[in-house]
Design a protein around this ligand. Sequence first.
Ligand code: 5AD
Ligand code: SF4
Length: 472
Amino acid sequence: MSRTRSSSSVSPLRVHARPARFPGNLIIEVTVNSKTFYIETFGCQMNAHDSEKVVGTLLTQGYTQVETPAAAELVLYNTCSIRDKAEQKVFHRLQQFKRDAGKGKIFGVLGCVAQQEGERIFEKAPHVSLVAGSASYTRLPEMLVQLEAGNGRVTGLSLDTDETFDTPFTRRDNPHRAYITIIEGCDKSCAYCVVPFTRGPERSRTSESVLAEARRLAESGYSEIQLLGQNVNSYRDPSATGWDFAQLLARVGEIPGIRRVRFTTSHPRDFVKEIIDAIDANPVLCNHVHLPVQSGSSSVLKAMERLYTRDEYMRRIEWMKQARRPIAITTDIIVGFPGETEKDFADTLNLLDQVEYDSLFSFKYSPRPNTAALAMDDHIPEEEKTRRIMIVQEKQRAIQIRKNSVLVGAVEEVLVEGRNQALGQWIGRTSQNRTLNFQHPETSESLLGTYLPVRVTRAGPNSLVGESLAVN
Ligand code: 5AD
Ligand code: SF4
Protein backbone atom coordinates (compact mmCIF):
# COMPACT_ATOMS: atom_id res chain seq x y z
CA MET A 1 0.00 0.00 0.00
CA SER A 2 2.94 2.32 -0.49
CA ARG A 3 1.95 3.58 -3.94
CA THR A 4 0.81 7.09 -3.15
CA ARG A 5 0.06 9.91 -5.49
CA SER A 6 -0.51 13.49 -4.41
CA SER A 7 -4.18 14.32 -4.54
CA SER A 8 -3.59 17.35 -6.75
CA SER A 9 -2.20 15.19 -9.55
CA VAL A 10 -5.61 13.77 -10.38
CA SER A 11 -8.14 16.15 -11.85
CA PRO A 12 -11.67 15.91 -10.46
CA LEU A 13 -13.55 14.78 -13.54
CA ARG A 14 -10.90 12.63 -15.12
CA VAL A 15 -12.19 9.23 -16.24
CA HIS A 16 -9.79 6.31 -16.02
CA ALA A 17 -10.33 3.18 -18.08
CA ARG A 18 -9.39 0.11 -16.12
CA PRO A 19 -10.50 -2.74 -18.36
CA ALA A 20 -8.13 -5.26 -16.77
CA ARG A 21 -9.62 -4.97 -13.26
CA PHE A 22 -11.50 -7.93 -11.82
CA PRO A 23 -15.19 -7.01 -11.81
CA GLY A 24 -15.61 -8.62 -8.40
CA ASN A 25 -13.11 -6.28 -6.80
CA LEU A 26 -13.37 -3.07 -8.69
CA ILE A 27 -11.37 -0.21 -7.29
CA ILE A 28 -12.58 3.29 -7.98
CA GLU A 29 -10.51 6.19 -6.81
CA VAL A 30 -11.42 9.80 -6.89
CA THR A 31 -9.72 13.29 -5.77
CA VAL A 32 -11.11 16.91 -4.87
CA ASN A 33 -9.61 20.31 -4.31
CA SER A 34 -10.37 20.30 -0.63
CA LYS A 35 -12.03 17.03 0.31
CA THR A 36 -10.64 13.73 -0.93
CA PHE A 37 -12.19 10.30 -1.08
CA TYR A 38 -11.37 6.72 -1.97
CA ILE A 39 -13.87 3.97 -2.70
CA GLU A 40 -13.40 0.24 -3.12
CA THR A 41 -16.17 -1.93 -4.47
CA PHE A 42 -16.96 -5.60 -3.89
CA GLY A 43 -19.67 -7.77 -5.42
CA CYS A 44 -21.83 -7.72 -8.49
CA GLN A 45 -22.26 -5.33 -11.42
CA MET A 46 -25.11 -3.62 -9.59
CA ASN A 47 -22.65 -2.69 -6.89
CA ALA A 48 -20.01 -1.64 -9.42
CA HIS A 49 -22.56 0.64 -11.07
CA ASP A 50 -23.82 1.97 -7.73
CA SER A 51 -20.22 2.98 -7.02
CA GLU A 52 -20.04 4.80 -10.34
CA LYS A 53 -23.11 6.77 -9.24
CA VAL A 54 -21.79 7.34 -5.72
CA VAL A 55 -18.56 8.68 -7.24
CA GLY A 56 -20.57 10.96 -9.54
CA THR A 57 -22.54 12.24 -6.56
CA LEU A 58 -19.39 12.90 -4.52
CA LEU A 59 -17.74 14.74 -7.41
CA THR A 60 -20.73 17.03 -7.75
CA GLN A 61 -20.55 17.64 -3.98
CA GLY A 62 -17.00 19.01 -4.33
CA TYR A 63 -14.99 15.91 -3.48
CA THR A 64 -12.02 14.63 -5.54
CA GLN A 65 -10.47 11.32 -6.35
CA VAL A 66 -7.44 9.76 -4.69
CA GLU A 67 -5.84 6.45 -5.45
CA THR A 68 -5.22 5.07 -2.00
CA PRO A 69 -7.04 5.00 1.32
CA ALA A 70 -3.92 6.62 2.81
CA ALA A 71 -4.40 9.75 0.68
CA ALA A 72 -8.14 10.05 1.37
CA GLU A 73 -10.09 11.93 4.01
CA LEU A 74 -13.18 9.85 3.32
CA VAL A 75 -12.69 6.09 2.79
CA LEU A 76 -15.71 4.18 1.48
CA TYR A 77 -16.24 0.45 1.05
CA ASN A 78 -19.17 -0.58 -1.12
CA THR A 79 -19.78 -4.08 0.13
CA CYS A 80 -21.32 -7.40 -0.84
CA SER A 81 -22.94 -9.91 1.50
CA ILE A 82 -24.10 -12.56 -0.92
CA ARG A 83 -21.75 -15.12 0.63
CA ASP A 84 -19.99 -15.09 3.95
CA LYS A 85 -16.54 -14.77 2.35
CA ALA A 86 -17.53 -11.57 0.55
CA GLU A 87 -18.82 -10.13 3.81
CA GLN A 88 -15.64 -10.91 5.74
CA LYS A 89 -13.54 -8.94 3.27
CA VAL A 90 -14.88 -5.58 4.39
CA PHE A 91 -14.18 -6.24 8.06
CA HIS A 92 -10.67 -7.27 7.09
CA ARG A 93 -10.21 -3.99 5.21
CA LEU A 94 -11.59 -1.93 8.11
CA GLN A 95 -9.21 -3.69 10.48
CA GLN A 96 -6.25 -2.85 8.21
CA PHE A 97 -6.82 0.88 8.46
CA LYS A 98 -8.19 1.09 11.98
CA ARG A 99 -5.18 2.96 13.33
CA ASP A 100 -5.81 5.81 10.83
CA ALA A 101 -9.14 6.68 12.41
CA GLY A 102 -8.96 9.78 14.55
CA LYS A 103 -6.30 11.28 12.26
CA GLY A 104 -9.05 13.12 10.44
CA LYS A 105 -10.00 10.11 8.35
CA ILE A 106 -13.66 9.17 8.02
CA PHE A 107 -14.73 5.59 7.20
CA GLY A 108 -18.01 4.62 5.59
CA VAL A 109 -19.55 1.23 4.82
CA LEU A 110 -22.02 1.21 1.92
CA GLY A 111 -24.01 -1.48 0.14
CA CYS A 112 -25.23 -4.88 1.15
CA VAL A 113 -23.19 -5.52 4.32
CA ALA A 114 -24.20 -2.06 5.54
CA GLN A 115 -27.87 -2.83 4.99
CA GLN A 116 -27.61 -6.28 6.52
CA GLU A 117 -25.54 -5.43 9.60
CA GLY A 118 -26.85 -1.90 10.13
CA GLU A 119 -25.77 -0.19 13.33
CA ARG A 120 -23.99 -3.36 14.51
CA ILE A 121 -21.14 -2.18 12.27
CA PHE A 122 -20.52 0.74 14.64
CA GLU A 123 -19.92 -1.83 17.40
CA LYS A 124 -17.80 -4.18 15.32
CA ALA A 125 -15.74 -1.33 13.88
CA PRO A 126 -16.13 1.80 16.06
CA HIS A 127 -14.02 3.91 13.67
CA VAL A 128 -16.81 3.74 11.07
CA SER A 129 -18.98 6.90 10.88
CA LEU A 130 -21.29 6.12 7.95
CA VAL A 131 -23.41 3.01 7.33
CA ALA A 132 -25.74 3.19 4.33
CA GLY A 133 -27.53 0.66 2.12
CA SER A 134 -28.22 1.18 -1.57
CA ALA A 135 -31.89 2.10 -1.06
CA SER A 136 -30.70 5.24 0.80
CA TYR A 137 -28.16 6.56 -1.70
CA THR A 138 -30.54 9.27 -2.89
CA ARG A 139 -29.87 10.80 0.56
CA LEU A 140 -26.08 10.73 0.13
CA PRO A 141 -25.58 14.51 -0.22
CA GLU A 142 -27.48 15.04 3.04
CA MET A 143 -25.49 12.28 4.77
CA LEU A 144 -22.22 13.89 3.60
CA VAL A 145 -23.27 17.17 5.21
CA GLN A 146 -23.81 15.35 8.50
CA LEU A 147 -20.42 13.63 8.26
CA GLU A 148 -18.70 16.94 7.52
CA ALA A 149 -20.43 18.45 10.55
CA GLY A 150 -18.67 15.82 12.67
CA ASN A 151 -21.55 13.39 13.21
CA GLY A 152 -19.86 10.08 13.98
CA ARG A 153 -22.94 7.86 13.54
CA VAL A 154 -24.61 8.64 10.22
CA THR A 155 -26.98 5.99 8.88
CA GLY A 156 -29.09 5.38 5.81
CA LEU A 157 -30.81 2.07 6.41
CA SER A 158 -34.45 2.47 5.46
CA LEU A 159 -35.69 0.07 2.78
CA ASP A 160 -38.98 1.84 2.68
CA THR A 161 -38.55 3.55 -0.66
CA ASP A 162 -40.11 3.64 -4.08
CA GLU A 163 -37.25 5.68 -5.46
CA THR A 164 -34.46 4.58 -7.76
CA PHE A 165 -30.94 5.97 -7.47
CA ASP A 166 -30.77 8.21 -10.55
CA THR A 167 -27.91 10.67 -10.55
CA PRO A 168 -27.30 13.80 -12.60
CA PHE A 169 -23.69 12.65 -13.06
CA THR A 170 -22.22 9.14 -13.07
CA ARG A 171 -18.45 8.69 -13.24
CA ARG A 172 -18.25 5.67 -15.56
CA ASP A 173 -15.35 3.29 -15.33
CA ASN A 174 -15.33 1.83 -18.82
CA PRO A 175 -15.13 4.16 -21.84
CA HIS A 176 -17.03 1.85 -24.22
CA ARG A 177 -19.55 -0.11 -22.17
CA ALA A 178 -22.00 1.66 -19.91
CA TYR A 179 -24.31 0.19 -17.31
CA ILE A 180 -27.88 1.41 -16.99
CA THR A 181 -29.98 0.33 -14.00
CA ILE A 182 -33.54 -0.37 -15.15
CA ILE A 183 -34.88 -1.95 -11.97
CA GLU A 184 -33.65 -1.96 -8.39
CA GLY A 185 -34.44 -4.37 -5.55
CA CYS A 186 -36.02 -7.81 -5.69
CA ASP A 187 -39.52 -9.11 -4.86
CA LYS A 188 -38.63 -12.81 -4.96
CA SER A 189 -37.75 -14.70 -1.81
CA CYS A 190 -35.27 -17.41 -2.75
CA ALA A 191 -34.56 -19.32 0.44
CA TYR A 192 -30.78 -18.79 0.32
CA CYS A 193 -30.64 -15.14 -0.72
CA VAL A 194 -29.96 -11.94 1.20
CA VAL A 195 -30.73 -9.61 -1.70
CA PRO A 196 -34.39 -8.94 -0.85
CA PHE A 197 -33.15 -7.87 2.61
CA THR A 198 -30.26 -5.77 1.37
CA ARG A 199 -31.74 -4.09 -1.68
CA GLY A 200 -35.37 -3.74 -0.79
CA PRO A 201 -38.48 -4.13 -2.94
CA GLU A 202 -38.51 -3.87 -6.75
CA ARG A 203 -38.61 -0.38 -8.25
CA SER A 204 -38.57 0.03 -12.06
CA ARG A 205 -37.38 3.21 -13.73
CA THR A 206 -39.52 4.83 -16.38
CA SER A 207 -38.70 3.73 -19.92
CA GLU A 208 -38.40 7.41 -20.81
CA SER A 209 -35.52 7.95 -18.38
CA VAL A 210 -33.82 4.69 -19.41
CA LEU A 211 -34.03 5.58 -23.10
CA ALA A 212 -32.91 9.17 -22.49
CA GLU A 213 -29.84 7.90 -20.62
CA ALA A 214 -29.07 5.39 -23.37
CA ARG A 215 -29.33 8.13 -26.03
CA ARG A 216 -27.03 10.43 -24.04
CA LEU A 217 -24.52 7.60 -23.69
CA ALA A 218 -24.63 6.84 -27.41
CA GLU A 219 -24.10 10.52 -28.18
CA SER A 220 -21.06 10.63 -25.93
CA GLY A 221 -19.44 7.65 -27.66
CA TYR A 222 -20.51 4.55 -25.72
CA SER A 223 -21.40 1.74 -28.10
CA GLU A 224 -22.34 -1.01 -25.62
CA ILE A 225 -25.10 -0.78 -23.05
CA GLN A 226 -25.65 -3.27 -20.27
CA LEU A 227 -29.10 -3.14 -18.68
CA LEU A 228 -28.92 -4.01 -15.00
CA GLY A 229 -31.23 -5.27 -12.31
CA GLN A 230 -31.49 -8.10 -9.77
CA ASN A 231 -34.24 -9.43 -12.01
CA VAL A 232 -34.47 -7.44 -15.23
CA ASN A 233 -37.22 -9.75 -16.52
CA SER A 234 -39.72 -8.38 -14.02
CA TYR A 235 -39.20 -4.83 -15.32
CA ARG A 236 -42.46 -2.96 -15.77
CA ASP A 237 -42.52 0.63 -16.95
CA PRO A 238 -44.22 2.62 -14.15
CA SER A 239 -45.37 5.24 -16.68
CA ALA A 240 -48.37 5.01 -19.02
CA THR A 241 -46.67 2.85 -21.70
CA GLY A 242 -46.49 -0.05 -19.21
CA TRP A 243 -43.76 -1.72 -21.29
CA ASP A 244 -42.36 -5.00 -20.10
CA PHE A 245 -38.69 -5.97 -20.32
CA ALA A 246 -38.83 -7.39 -23.87
CA GLN A 247 -40.39 -4.16 -25.14
CA LEU A 248 -37.83 -1.98 -23.39
CA LEU A 249 -34.96 -4.16 -24.63
CA ALA A 250 -36.16 -3.86 -28.23
CA ARG A 251 -36.34 -0.02 -27.93
CA VAL A 252 -32.84 0.27 -26.46
CA GLY A 253 -31.56 -1.81 -29.38
CA GLU A 254 -32.94 0.75 -31.84
CA ILE A 255 -30.93 3.71 -30.55
CA PRO A 256 -28.53 5.02 -33.21
CA GLY A 257 -24.89 4.51 -32.21
CA ILE A 258 -25.57 1.59 -29.89
CA ARG A 259 -23.95 -1.53 -31.35
CA ARG A 260 -24.40 -3.96 -28.47
CA VAL A 261 -27.00 -4.37 -25.73
CA ARG A 262 -26.59 -6.87 -22.90
CA PHE A 263 -28.67 -7.47 -19.82
CA THR A 264 -28.23 -9.11 -16.45
CA THR A 265 -29.55 -10.83 -14.49
CA SER A 266 -32.57 -12.90 -15.46
CA HIS A 267 -34.94 -15.00 -13.39
CA PRO A 268 -36.35 -18.08 -15.20
CA ARG A 269 -39.82 -17.56 -13.73
CA ASP A 270 -40.17 -14.16 -15.45
CA PHE A 271 -38.19 -14.99 -18.59
CA VAL A 272 -40.62 -14.89 -21.51
CA LYS A 273 -40.23 -15.98 -25.13
CA GLU A 274 -40.64 -12.39 -26.35
CA ILE A 275 -37.11 -11.71 -25.06
CA ILE A 276 -35.73 -14.33 -27.46
CA ASP A 277 -37.92 -12.94 -30.26
CA ALA A 278 -36.43 -9.48 -29.64
CA ILE A 279 -32.87 -10.89 -29.77
CA ASP A 280 -33.73 -12.74 -32.97
CA ALA A 281 -35.11 -9.58 -34.56
CA ASN A 282 -32.13 -7.32 -33.95
CA PRO A 283 -28.44 -8.33 -34.00
CA VAL A 284 -27.61 -5.32 -31.79
CA LEU A 285 -29.10 -7.33 -28.92
CA CYS A 286 -26.26 -9.66 -27.95
CA ASN A 287 -26.83 -13.36 -28.41
CA HIS A 288 -26.02 -14.22 -24.83
CA VAL A 289 -28.41 -14.94 -21.96
CA HIS A 290 -27.36 -15.49 -18.35
CA LEU A 291 -30.16 -17.59 -16.86
CA PRO A 292 -29.31 -18.78 -13.34
CA VAL A 293 -30.73 -22.26 -12.71
CA GLN A 294 -29.15 -22.89 -9.26
CA SER A 295 -30.00 -26.63 -9.29
CA GLY A 296 -31.04 -29.34 -11.74
CA SER A 297 -33.31 -31.00 -9.20
CA SER A 298 -36.95 -29.94 -9.05
CA SER A 299 -37.15 -30.85 -5.36
CA VAL A 300 -34.16 -28.64 -4.50
CA LEU A 301 -35.64 -25.86 -6.66
CA LYS A 302 -38.82 -26.17 -4.62
CA ALA A 303 -36.92 -26.00 -1.34
CA MET A 304 -35.04 -22.98 -2.71
CA GLU A 305 -38.41 -21.33 -3.53
CA ARG A 306 -37.23 -20.63 -7.05
CA LEU A 307 -40.81 -20.83 -8.43
CA TYR A 308 -39.98 -23.06 -11.43
CA THR A 309 -39.37 -26.74 -12.06
CA ARG A 310 -36.55 -28.24 -14.06
CA ASP A 311 -38.95 -28.84 -16.98
CA GLU A 312 -40.11 -25.22 -16.94
CA TYR A 313 -36.49 -24.10 -16.97
CA MET A 314 -35.70 -26.45 -19.85
CA ARG A 315 -38.56 -24.97 -21.86
CA ARG A 316 -36.74 -21.62 -21.75
CA ILE A 317 -33.52 -23.32 -22.81
CA GLU A 318 -35.38 -24.82 -25.78
CA TRP A 319 -36.56 -21.35 -26.88
CA MET A 320 -32.94 -20.26 -26.92
CA LYS A 321 -31.74 -23.35 -28.77
CA GLN A 322 -34.38 -22.76 -31.43
CA ALA A 323 -33.39 -19.12 -31.99
CA ARG A 324 -32.15 -18.09 -35.42
CA ARG A 325 -28.80 -16.87 -34.07
CA PRO A 326 -26.94 -19.25 -31.76
CA ILE A 327 -27.46 -17.89 -28.26
CA ALA A 328 -24.73 -18.45 -25.67
CA ILE A 329 -26.26 -19.57 -22.39
CA THR A 330 -24.58 -19.15 -19.00
CA THR A 331 -25.79 -19.88 -15.51
CA ASP A 332 -25.21 -19.91 -11.75
CA ILE A 333 -25.17 -23.16 -9.75
CA ILE A 334 -25.32 -23.58 -5.98
CA VAL A 335 -24.05 -26.90 -4.63
CA GLY A 336 -24.76 -28.23 -1.15
CA PHE A 337 -28.07 -26.47 -0.49
CA PRO A 338 -29.54 -27.96 2.74
CA GLY A 339 -31.00 -31.38 2.02
CA GLU A 340 -29.35 -31.76 -1.42
CA THR A 341 -29.03 -35.54 -1.86
CA GLU A 342 -26.64 -37.45 -4.12
CA LYS A 343 -29.59 -37.94 -6.49
CA ASP A 344 -30.33 -34.18 -6.51
CA PHE A 345 -26.70 -33.46 -7.21
CA ALA A 346 -26.65 -36.04 -10.03
CA ASP A 347 -29.64 -34.15 -11.51
CA THR A 348 -27.59 -30.96 -11.55
CA LEU A 349 -24.76 -32.79 -13.32
CA ASN A 350 -27.06 -34.25 -15.95
CA LEU A 351 -28.65 -30.82 -16.46
CA LEU A 352 -25.16 -29.51 -17.33
CA ASP A 353 -24.84 -32.26 -19.95
CA GLN A 354 -28.29 -31.53 -21.30
CA VAL A 355 -27.93 -27.75 -21.61
CA GLU A 356 -24.19 -27.59 -22.39
CA TYR A 357 -23.70 -24.11 -20.95
CA ASP A 358 -21.12 -21.85 -22.53
CA SER A 359 -19.91 -20.88 -19.07
CA LEU A 360 -21.11 -20.97 -15.48
CA PHE A 361 -20.47 -19.64 -12.00
CA SER A 362 -20.63 -22.24 -9.27
CA PHE A 363 -20.95 -21.56 -5.55
CA LYS A 364 -20.97 -23.58 -2.37
CA TYR A 365 -24.14 -22.80 -0.44
CA SER A 366 -23.34 -20.21 2.21
CA PRO A 367 -25.82 -19.70 5.07
CA ARG A 368 -26.96 -16.07 5.20
CA PRO A 369 -28.67 -14.08 7.93
CA ASN A 370 -32.46 -13.65 7.75
CA THR A 371 -32.91 -16.24 5.00
CA ALA A 372 -35.37 -19.15 5.13
CA ALA A 373 -32.70 -21.77 4.40
CA LEU A 374 -30.92 -21.00 7.68
CA ALA A 375 -33.60 -22.87 9.62
CA MET A 376 -33.62 -25.89 7.29
CA ASP A 377 -32.39 -29.28 8.42
CA ASP A 378 -29.66 -31.35 6.91
CA HIS A 379 -26.94 -28.82 6.22
CA ILE A 380 -24.27 -30.36 4.00
CA PRO A 381 -20.74 -30.60 5.45
CA GLU A 382 -18.16 -28.21 3.98
CA GLU A 383 -15.94 -31.04 2.61
CA GLU A 384 -18.92 -32.47 0.76
CA LYS A 385 -19.75 -29.07 -0.76
CA THR A 386 -16.13 -28.81 -1.86
CA ARG A 387 -16.27 -32.27 -3.43
CA ARG A 388 -19.45 -31.38 -5.30
CA ILE A 389 -18.25 -28.01 -6.57
CA MET A 390 -15.07 -29.60 -7.90
CA ILE A 391 -17.09 -32.17 -9.82
CA VAL A 392 -19.27 -29.41 -11.30
CA GLN A 393 -16.26 -27.38 -12.34
CA GLU A 394 -14.46 -30.34 -13.89
CA LYS A 395 -17.50 -31.36 -15.89
CA GLN A 396 -18.12 -27.80 -17.06
CA ARG A 397 -14.47 -27.39 -18.08
CA ALA A 398 -14.76 -30.41 -20.38
CA ILE A 399 -17.99 -28.99 -21.87
CA GLN A 400 -16.35 -25.62 -22.52
CA ILE A 401 -13.27 -27.18 -24.15
CA ARG A 402 -15.57 -29.11 -26.43
CA LYS A 403 -17.86 -26.18 -27.25
CA ASN A 404 -15.09 -23.64 -27.77
CA SER A 405 -13.09 -25.94 -30.05
CA VAL A 406 -16.03 -25.98 -32.47
CA LEU A 407 -15.43 -22.25 -32.99
CA VAL A 408 -11.90 -22.69 -34.41
CA GLY A 409 -11.96 -21.34 -37.98
CA ALA A 410 -15.03 -19.16 -37.38
CA VAL A 411 -14.98 -15.38 -37.80
CA GLU A 412 -16.34 -13.42 -34.85
CA GLU A 413 -16.85 -9.69 -34.46
CA VAL A 414 -15.14 -8.41 -31.33
CA LEU A 415 -15.26 -5.19 -29.39
CA VAL A 416 -11.63 -4.39 -28.55
CA GLU A 417 -11.58 -3.94 -24.76
CA GLY A 418 -7.91 -3.98 -23.79
CA ARG A 419 -4.37 -5.00 -24.54
CA ASN A 420 -2.23 -7.66 -22.91
CA GLN A 421 1.23 -6.11 -23.30
CA ALA A 422 3.06 -9.16 -22.00
CA LEU A 423 1.53 -11.42 -24.67
CA GLY A 424 1.42 -8.71 -27.35
CA GLN A 425 -2.28 -9.48 -27.82
CA TRP A 426 -5.45 -7.43 -27.99
CA ILE A 427 -8.34 -8.48 -25.78
CA GLY A 428 -11.67 -8.64 -27.57
CA ARG A 429 -15.15 -9.71 -26.58
CA THR A 430 -17.66 -11.39 -28.86
CA SER A 431 -21.40 -10.79 -28.89
CA GLN A 432 -21.74 -14.15 -27.12
CA ASN A 433 -19.57 -12.69 -24.34
CA ARG A 434 -16.52 -14.85 -25.06
CA THR A 435 -13.06 -13.42 -24.59
CA LEU A 436 -11.16 -13.59 -27.90
CA ASN A 437 -7.50 -12.52 -27.64
CA PHE A 438 -5.99 -11.70 -30.98
CA GLN A 439 -2.98 -10.51 -32.92
CA HIS A 440 -3.08 -7.23 -34.83
CA PRO A 441 -0.12 -5.16 -36.12
CA GLU A 442 -1.51 -1.99 -34.51
CA THR A 443 -0.06 -1.41 -31.06
CA SER A 444 -1.45 2.04 -30.26
CA GLU A 445 -4.52 2.55 -28.11
CA SER A 446 -6.49 3.69 -31.16
CA LEU A 447 -7.79 0.15 -31.55
CA LEU A 448 -9.58 0.25 -28.19
CA GLY A 449 -13.33 0.54 -28.53
CA THR A 450 -13.38 -0.48 -32.19
CA TYR A 451 -15.21 -3.48 -33.64
CA LEU A 452 -13.17 -5.91 -35.73
CA PRO A 453 -13.68 -9.24 -37.46
CA VAL A 454 -11.34 -11.86 -35.96
CA ARG A 455 -10.71 -15.43 -37.11
CA VAL A 456 -10.53 -17.93 -34.24
CA THR A 457 -7.31 -19.99 -34.47
CA ARG A 458 -7.21 -21.72 -31.06
CA ALA A 459 -9.62 -22.50 -28.25
CA GLY A 460 -9.11 -23.01 -24.53
CA PRO A 461 -11.71 -23.72 -21.86
CA ASN A 462 -12.15 -20.06 -20.91
CA SER A 463 -11.11 -18.04 -23.94
CA LEU A 464 -10.30 -18.08 -27.62
CA VAL A 465 -7.24 -16.94 -29.57
CA GLY A 466 -7.36 -15.48 -33.06
CA GLU A 467 -6.05 -13.18 -35.75
CA SER A 468 -7.64 -10.00 -36.95
CA LEU A 469 -8.93 -10.43 -40.50
CA ALA A 470 -7.80 -6.92 -41.29
CA VAL A 471 -4.17 -8.15 -41.33
CA ASN A 472 -4.73 -11.19 -43.56
N1 5AD B 1 -24.82 -19.18 -1.07
C1 5AD B 1 -24.19 -19.49 -2.22
N2 5AD B 1 -24.44 -18.87 -3.38
C2 5AD B 1 -25.36 -17.91 -3.38
N3 5AD B 1 -25.82 -17.12 -4.38
C3 5AD B 1 -26.74 -16.28 -3.86
N4 5AD B 1 -26.89 -16.51 -2.55
C4 5AD B 1 -26.05 -17.52 -2.22
C5 5AD B 1 -25.76 -18.21 -1.02
N5 5AD B 1 -26.37 -17.92 0.12
C6 5AD B 1 -25.38 -17.24 -5.77
C7 5AD B 1 -26.55 -17.59 -6.69
C8 5AD B 1 -26.78 -16.30 -7.41
C9 5AD B 1 -25.40 -15.72 -7.48
C10 5AD B 1 -25.35 -14.26 -7.78
O1 5AD B 1 -24.87 -16.00 -6.20
O2 5AD B 1 -26.12 -18.58 -7.57
O3 5AD B 1 -27.37 -16.48 -8.69
FE1 SF4 C 1 -23.65 -8.92 -3.40
FE2 SF4 C 1 -26.20 -9.35 -3.98
FE3 SF4 C 1 -25.52 -7.08 -2.90
FE4 SF4 C 1 -24.80 -7.62 -5.44
S1 SF4 C 1 -26.88 -7.37 -4.63
S2 SF4 C 1 -23.53 -6.74 -3.90
S3 SF4 C 1 -24.41 -9.83 -5.27
S4 SF4 C 1 -25.37 -9.11 -1.98
